[in-house]
Design a protein around this ligand. Structure first.
Ligand code: DX5
Ligand code: ZN
Length: 211
């Protein structure tokens, strides 16, 4: 079970320290949310922030692109030091080209599904992605409630692609993680549950124990 703190919930005045705090607490990777104000109604992080995280930590950097043109911008995040980049299947662009472009940089490519998008939507891109990210909230903001109705979709994705890691993102906490893991999730992204915890290491252990 991999645990990825979502830096969306970090203290933005001390991002390098926050990255090192995650590393010391036992995180497997940092999850970095990128938003363009078009694909989602919010703006957050860019390639320069990813480069700053790269300088701050040796942890694997997982970049979640919530933008209209991942085909155009993914390379900038690869240049900045991302180890994995995920793109939304709903983005209005050539998704196959975006996934191929990410892999051409020698890093992992992920495909992301918004809550309204069925697992089958990833089907046309089978063979082009290394992991699937099932959103368990509407993308755009941290601190939202977990959507129970996503559990069958996690199961479906796990049945369709049994050898592909399945990441979940949104409302993941000690109470919701076990159900995601039982449904087939193998990587858990958590923002508020980890950054608001008194002891992040303890909170990471609690999530890891969900398996
Ligand atoms: C939402 C982001 C998430 C967010 C999760 O659009 O993709 O990564 O940070 O935050 P929590 O864990 O607080 O729901
Ligand atoms: Zn995310």
């Amino acid at each position: 079970m991999k645990i990825l703190p979502s830096m969306l919930a970090a203290d933005y005045g001390r991002l390098a320290e926050e990255a090192r705090r995650c590393e010391a607490a036992g995180a497997d990777a940092l999850h970095i949310d990128v938003m363009d104000g078009h694909f989602v109604p919010n703006l957050n992080f860019g390639p320069t922030t990813v480069a700053a995280f790269r300088r701050a930590t040796g942890l694997h950097l997982d970049v979640h692109l919530m933008i209209d043109r991942p085909d155009v911008y993914a390379g900038r995040f690869a240049d900045a030091g991302a180890d994995a980049i995920s793109v939304h299947v709903e983005a209005p662009c050539d998704i196959a080209a975006a996934l191929r472009g990410i892999r051409a940089r020698g890093i992992r490519a992920g495909i992301v599904l918004k809550p309204a998008t069925p697992a089958e939507a990833a089907g046309p891109f089978a063979g082009l992605f290394d992991y699937i990210l099932v959103m368990t909230v509407e993308p755009g903001y941290g601190g939202q409630g977990f959507m129970e109705e996503m559990l069958p979709k996690i199961e479906r994705a796990a049945a369709l692609w049994p050898d592909t890691p399945i990441m979940v993102d949104g409302g993941i906490a000690a109470g919701t993680a076990p159900r995601c893991v039982a449904a087939g999730a193998t990587e858990l992204v958590a923002g508020s549950a980890l950054f608001r915890a008194g002891d992040m290491a303890e909170a990471i252990r609690a999530l890891r124990g969900a398996g």
